[in-house]
Design a binder for this molecule. Sequence first.
Ligand code: AMP
Ligand code: GLY
Length: 422
Amino acid sequence: MKILVVGGGGREHAIIKKIKENKSVEKIYALPGNGGIARDAECVPIGAKDIDGIVGFAVEKAVDYAIVAPDDPLVLGCVDALEARGIPCFGPRANAAIIEGSKAFSKDLMKKYGIPTAAYETFSDADAALSYLDTAKIPIVVKADGLALGKGAIVCMTRDEAKDAVVSMMREGKFGKSGERVVIEEYMTGPEVSVLSFTDGETIVPMVSSMDHKRAHDGDEGPNTGGMGTVAPNPYYTKEIADVCMKTIFLPTIRAMKAEGREFRGCLYFGLMLTPAGPRVVEYNCRFGDPEAQVVLPLLKTDLLTVMKAVTDGTLSDVNVEWCDGYAACVIAASDGYPTSYKSGFELKIPEDVAEHTYVAGAAIEDGVLKTHGGRVLGVTATAETLRGAIEKSYSMVDRIEFENKYTRRDIGARALAAENG
Ligand code: AMP
Ligand code: GLY
């Protein structure tokens, strides 16, 4: 089989490595991939947002199956366009990807179907948003409606901060079109859990839970990033909580999407907060999380391609999706200064035994040399019987990778370990 994977980060590298385990896979194309992914797939310089380019390439190479991993092409209708040319895909169509593409859509969906989430108001007019903030309860959260690289949510501890957030989004165009409309929502508290799921629109199979580390610095300080590390499973997410989530959040969500004529097939990501009043949805993503995929997929025992094809075919209920016991930890190595400003273009040295466990996010081959290229450079995942074991193994490997300017958080998994110990 010839497989095409759209995207070029650590998540895509994790998908590709897992897909390669299937013996029927003869060829994997990554569009655009990156210099590190090039070890495992043929990388072709076609951007993930270039829908016409992607479809043209897929048709020309007669690929048998496409996996569309990032949010942008999904929201832009990449799956619709590939399907129109007869290429089966993993990923939701545009009318379902809107669950991530518009916060206003997802909040309205949750309200209509009684799915627990923070109370909210939506505004398209800056004056109305600002006067609402005059009397709203503080702290409060201001979110750009559209896609914003995971940086469109601003948690505001004061009224002035909230007003500044509205002005930057609605008047100064900080997130472009994505910020023309904003959702202002109630501030929630509690541990956060990421639950990715496979769904064919009828059946939903949650994956192992995980915990992201979004802030740049130790102790959850510093600016929000795309994610500095992950662990799985998440110790806060007990079997009892999982049962509640299935009943009050997961099933109601896929049923709601179906009832709206927006059947969701692919990976639906639930960003949850375990509040004192019970689990609530913080956000939906229409795709695998990054770097959640880098800890969840290594724990998947069942063949990934088999599960994905069942999702596409609507036969997920026939597949027994199994997980390994034990834990996984992924530590991200970034260019120092990320996400604000950083230098890249430095030679990247990954020992051969570590490369096996490395998912490359930002690297390019220049004159035959692998160099850093971007903020998040790579992630290293280790699995072990214990959480502590996985964390230690991951650090021991990431610490053997060399590049100038290398930065890692040193406390990935520390909160999870503390939670585990009660
Ligand atoms: P989002 O882009 O919606 O996933 O939000 C990014 C991060 O902002 C989340 O992971 C939370 O840490 C925080 N956040 C978002 N919404 C809320 C909320 N209603 N209450 C408290 N924190 C929130
Ligand atoms: N790690 C969060 C996300 O992928 O959106």
